[in-house]
Design a protein around this ligand. Structure first.
Ligand SMILES: NC(=O)c1ccc[n+]([C@@H]2O[C@H](COP(=O)([O-])OP(=O)(O)OC[C@H]3O[C@@H](n4cnc5c(N)ncnc54)[C@H](OP(=O)(O)O)[C@@H]3O)[C@@H](O)[C@H]2O)c1
Length: 335
């Protein structure tokens, strides 16, 4: 692996902090590391590998001498600064949805389509949507076995998916309710504490939300399955961290439960946690702060032919964002 000059854009956010942790724990080959955020955070000090790094304000000049920039500061910042970084000769791995459907921007999950990372004509590589990554980590091994045809899913998405402000809103509301104070909602359209919100992102004209359409469009692109059918309802839940997805997956070939269970043997990043006899199934807390996504409750579906019903959980800040981006960076460093 070659040592790289790396910048993190959005280094103080929920994903940025986790990117730092992944670079540190995975011993990423670094020549230098630059932390970038808004003016608000400039000057903030962060410990990394026994050193103290100072956060700098993001400017168009930030990318001189940088080989690789990991962006996690939202779509507007990516749209404005990723092309500037790319023009400066830096490869961008972008966590926002800004470039995911651009045909010249690969959309990469290293366990599924690692080769795509090396074909990046715009110098931009997109990190997929968090719910999509976690769902596909479970579906791809099954697809290799049986051929995936249709996905019917409901997601249960943690508040940290809305960044630091989502976490603060849930915590603040729980405290207000326990203390008997009025509840304020700023991040979500309704109270999230002790409630569920069946809307994530804005609505498209067809009644689906943009988050739900990401599962369709990104799933097709990552697995190179242009005919894949996907229908999904995405729900925000009062969980701090780790998304869960309930999935009915229909296949072209007849499904066999034992073969389906074996499909996960030896596959990195995904494991079965599934034994009804011992009430073994994964919860969001089981995957929180970890790198592994878990599958449980796997069974033949009673309503849909050739289908499996399963429950998937994964830490969306790690595998759904930071870890996946650092894995892409590792692929680039390996060549
Ligand atoms: N959270 C997740 O689970 C998740 C999962 C997948 C993808 N993503 C994507 O990752 C991105 C970041 O999400 P997040 O959850 O980490 O958000 P967040 O916690 O709100 O953090 C946002 C980061 O962007 C920085 N930022 C904001 N405005 C800026 C500006 N004008 N110039 C430079 N930096 C600026 C912030 O810096 P300051 O501290 O200075 O404000 C902060 O570091 C988003 O595109 C999101 O869709 C998030």
């Amino acid at each position: 692996m070659k040592n790289m000059n790396v910048a993190i854009v959005g280094a103080t956010g929920a994903v940025g902090v986790e990117i730092l942790s992944c670079l540190e724990t995975r011993n990423f080959p670094l020549a230098s590391l630059k932390l970038l955020a808004s003016k608000r955070s400039a000057g903030k000090q962060v410990a990394f590998r026994g050193q103290t790094l100072t956060v700098e304000e993001l400017t168009p000049e930030s990318f001189a001498g940088v080989d690789l920039a990991l962006f996690s500061a939202g779509g507007d910042i990516s749209r404005q600064f990723a092309p500037i970084a790319a023009a400066a000769g830096c490869v961008v791995v972008d966590n926002s949805s800004a470039f995911r459907q651009d045909p010249d921007v690969p959309l990469v999950v290293p366990e599924i389509n690692p080769e795509a990372a090396f074909d990046h004509p715009r110098n931009i590589i997109a990190n997929p949507n968090c719910t999509t990554i976690i769902t596909l980590m479970a579906l791809y091994p099954l697809h290799l076995q049986f051929g995936l045809k249709t996905v019917i899913a409901s997601s249960y998405q943690a508040v940290s998916g809305s960044g630091q402000q989502g976490i603060a809103e849930l915590e603040g509301q729980v405290r207000a309710i326990v203390d008997g104070h009025p509840v304020e909602s700023k991040v979500y359209p309704k109270q999230i504490a002790f409630n569920l919100i069946p809307q994530i992102d804005n609505f498209a004209d067809n009644g689906y939300t943009k988050e739900e359409l990401k599962m369709l469009n990104e799933g097709r692109k990552i697995m190179s399955l242009p005919e894949l059918n996907v229908t999904c309802t995405c729900v925000r839940v009062p969980v701090y961290r780790s998304h869960s997805i309930s999935v009915v997956a229909q296949f072209y070939k007849p499904v066999d439960l034992e073969l389906a269970r074996k499909a996960f043997d030896g596959k990195p990043g995904i494991a079965l946690m599934d034994d009804p006899a011992t009430r073994t199934w994964p919860t969001p807390l089981d995957s929180t702060n970890g790198d592994t996504c878990y599958v449980g409750r796997m069974r033949r579906d009673l309503a849909v032919d050739n289908a499996l019903n399963l429950w998937v959980v994964g830490d969306q800040v790690r595998k759904g964002a930071a870890l996946n981006a650092v894995q892409i960076a590792e692929l680039l460093a390996s060549r």
